[in-house]
Design a protein around this ligand. Structure first.
Ligand code: HSE
Length: 404
């Protein structure tokens, strides 16, 4: 079977490597050998072993009837979306690691694939090398899933782990994550939570069958998390993780991406470094946890090559995915109940009595600094916002959601 690869960056190179390394076992599993006929990239790779495969013209690929599968590792919406649509309409399966593309156009591309009896597969778009899309589509279909909570971004988990365990500085660890090929081209997508937001939008759309738009998901990143927060977390028996969650609450769906304090005994607390962990809760199976490398060249390539094998095995048949194009209205984030951990400057006179007057019952936290720290009672975001607005911004050092 002849395939074409779009994009020869970190992940694209990984795909070439895996197909070459595991040629024989892949051929056995796919029922035929898999051969890369073209690689599309705007850069030149003269003198390299793959240079004879290089093209800059997508039409050569689209118009070659021998090409059965197009594999995209370019990232970004365009031209990936145009190429995906064109490939599927030409009867070629399309495989991608591109979470932006899947979160934005997944439902439509799945529909085009279905109508053309080919496949649109995107295992590598969430959780790097962890199988999570296929289990949601195929293994957990007896269940009504009511919650997915996960650490879905390897870069930020790497940063938070190194900050917490080694006391290292945010910027230094980010540079290391970039050098290791974990971070996005623009690392803002990682550290501001946008990447995790797209991934939870994909998972919730698949789990609940309706289109969850990533633009509707409240998203906070990790840029406000400091070394002092890590010290507090450790003293309290907690860790700080960037969690992405989607939950069915009172017949509506709620989703959010946010740094959270979670107890060291929480199933996701031990997910460290570049690893991702995804906790799925179903009404029949109970809790299921997925764990593995969430970013990097080979883990991501592994998921893409598994999709290539799946597409080869399902030539002429569409693997059904449950993801309706209809957009779902998410639950109002202001009505979701939360606990916050809050750090305040101790400047104000009688800060303790002021806080108790505003917040009612609270849990005080011993501070290793000259600060007043406490945990709020469970209340809605709206009520919390109203209460915190009674304090001057100058007094607030930080506020982080806490899982109590
Ligand atoms: N930048 C992403 C991450 C890559 O760190 O998780 C994998 O999607």
């Amino acid at each position: 079977m002849k395939i074409a690869l779009l994009g020869l960056g970190t992940v694209g190179q990984g795909v070439v490597e895996v197909i070459h390394e595991n040629k024989e076992s892949i051929a056995k599993r796919a029922g035929q050998s898999i051969e890369i006929k073209y690689i599309l990239d705007l850069r030149s790779f003269e003198g390299e072993a793959i240079s004879h495969l290089m093209t800059k013209d997508f039409d050569v690929i689209a118009n070659d009837e021998e090409i059965a599968i197009v594999v995209e590792a370019m990232g970004g919406i365009e031209p990936a979306y145009t190429y995906a649509k064109a490939s599927l309409l030409k009867g070629k399966s399309f495989i991608t690691s591109n979470k932006e593309l899947v979160a934005m156009h997944g439902a439509e591309l799945l529909e085009i694939a279905r109508n053309n009896k080919v496949n649109f597969l995107f295992e590598a778009s969430v959780g790097g090398g962890i199988p999570i899309i296929r289990p949601l589509n195929q293994s957990l279909t007896a269940d009504e899933i009511y919650e997915i909570t996960g650490i879905l971004n390897g870069t930020t988990n790497f940063i938070l782990t190194k900050m917490q365990q080694e006391g290292r500085i945010f910027e230094d660890v980010l540079k290391e994550a970039q050098a290791l090929g974990y971070a996005e081209k623009n690392p803002e997508a990682d550290v501001e939570g946008y990447d995790a937001c797209r991934k939870i939008a994909i998972l919730s759309s698949l789990a609940f069958g309706e289109h969850v738009s990533f633009q509707d998901i409240p998203t906070d990143g990790i840029t406000q998390i400091t070394q002092e927060d890590m010290v507090y977390a450790d003293n309290m028996g907690y860790v700080i993780k960037l969690l992405a969650t989607c939950q069915k609450q009172d017949n509506s769906i709620f989703a959010r991406v946010s740094p959270m304090l979670i107890a060291k005994t929480h199933p996701l607390a031990m997910v460290n470094d570049v690893f991702n962990g995804i906790l799925v809760k179903g009404n029949v199976i109970g809790d299921v946890m997925f764990y593995g490398r969430g970013a990097g060249k080979l883990p991501t390539a592994s998921a893409m090559v598994a999709d290539i094998v799946d597409a080869a095995k399902h030539t002429g048949t569409n693997i059904i995915s449950f993801w309706n194009r209809e957009k779902v209205e998410l639950k109002d984030k202001e009505q979701v109940k939360v606990n916050y951990f809050i750090r305040l400057k101790k400047d104000a006179e009688c800060i303790e009595s002021i806080i108790k007057e505003i917040f009612g019952q609270i849990e005080e936290v011993v501070s290793p600094y000259n600060e007043y720290a406490f945990i709020t009672n469970l209340d809605t975001e709206a009520s919390f916002t109203e209460k915190i607005s009674q304090l001057s911004d100058l007094v607030i050092i930080n506020k982080i959601r806490i899982d109590k």
